[in-house]
Design a protein. Structure first.
Length: 139
């Protein structure tokens, strides 16, 4: 089992929004900046008025890699990890494993959609290629 994130006041919405299928990103109420990882204070205007909002849950692969190292016992390898520019949250990138299909087929510029995997009170984000079954059954 991989390590799970600690829930804090600022990160809780991100790690639990998946229960509803929502990718939750923090936004500054004063200047509208998207903030990730979530913070208590906006790094742009220093406002303390920061609220998590659901965004589309889609995006474009900025970069990716294929992991061949089993970091914990019983970890299935290889698997792809993608850093995705999130639609509706300018400047925000979310890094997560990519599910379904050949890990080596993940490419920069591909469109992705988020899904979530429950794990002991948190919902871990996973990307899957748009047009691909997230369970790996093809387009």
């Amino acid at each position: 089992m991989r390590p799970l994130p600690e829930l804090t006041a600022e990160s809780s919405a991100f790690w639990t929004g998946g229960e509803r299928g929502d990718l939750m990103i923090a936004f500054c109420d004063a200047c509208a900046r998207a903030i990730h990882p979530p913070q208590v204070v906006c790094p742009t205007c220093l406002s303390r008025s920061v609220t998590a909002r659901a965004v589309a849950g889609t995006g474009t692969v900025y970069t990716c890699t294929v992991n061949h190292q089993p970091w914990v016992p019983d970890m299935q390898v290889p698997f792809a990890i993608a850093v995705v520019d999130v639609d509706g949250a300018p400047g925000i990138r979310v890094t997560a494993p990519v599910t379904g299909g050949d890990p080596a087929a993940v490419r920069i510029g591909q469109r992705m959609a988020i899904r979530f995997e429950p794990a002991d009170g948190v919902w871990l984000p996973l990307w899957h290629r748009l047009g691909h079954d997230p369970d790996g059954e093809g387009a």
